[in-house]
Design a protein around this ligand. Structure first.
Ligand SMILES: [Zn+2]
Length: 178
């Protein structure tokens, strides 16, 4: 096989290539070179200099890291859903809602009011039944509202983080060389 000598157009290093090879990567600077043959000379031109290649490589690594972060964010968000769930009396799980919390709180307060009116009216047995039940409703209402609030805050943080990652991925995709 006939071997041809030429210099790297980027760093000037001597290169030996096989006859008829059209593209070569410099062993010294890693530039991608195109081989040109003329009557009595063979020379190279830079197809892609090392800094461009490195940049492209860094961008694809960064893009990969960002999409991994995005996947992890989505997975973690899915796994956190249980934190914001409440189990109703039928054993069904559903997300704590602010409305549910407010209703429970209102019923509890009304129940306490009823209990005190009953007490003042001398109906003690009614009070015994109504008070603990009403206090439980108030506690439940507070717990539901707190969970619902925490869910809204966590959701907002998750959405912010997600759109930030997506924006960074979009910037990388737009700057990707063709
Ligand atoms: Zn070189």
């Amino acid at each position: 096989m006939k071997v041809v000598s030429l210099c790297c157009a980027n760093c000037g290093a001597p290169l030996s290539i096989k006859h008829k090879v059209r593209y070569v990567t410099c062993n010294f600077c890693d530039s991608r070179l195109e081989v040109h043959r003329e009557k009595d000379t063979t020379y190279s031109t830079i197809v892609e200099a090392i800094n461009e290649r490195t940049k492209r490589l860094e961008q694809s690594v960064e893009r990969l890291q960002l999409s991994n972060q995005l996947d992890r964010l989505d997975r973690e968000w899915m796994m956190r859903q249980d934190e914001f769930m409440v189990t109703d009396k039928h054993g069904h799980k559903h997300r704590a809602s602010t409305t549910g919390g407010a209703i429970s709180l209102a019923l509890g307060i009304a129940g306490c009011g009823f209990g005190f009116i009953a007490l003042l009216g001398g109906m003690a047995p009614c009070l015994c039944f109504a008070l603990p039940f009403s206090i439980a409703l108030i506690a439940n209402g507070i717990q539901l509202s707190t969970k619902a609030d925490r869910y809204q805050q966590a959701l907002a943080a998750y959405k912010r983080r997600r759109s930030d990652l997506l924006a960074r991925i979009r910037v990388l995709e737009q700057s990707r060389p063709q």
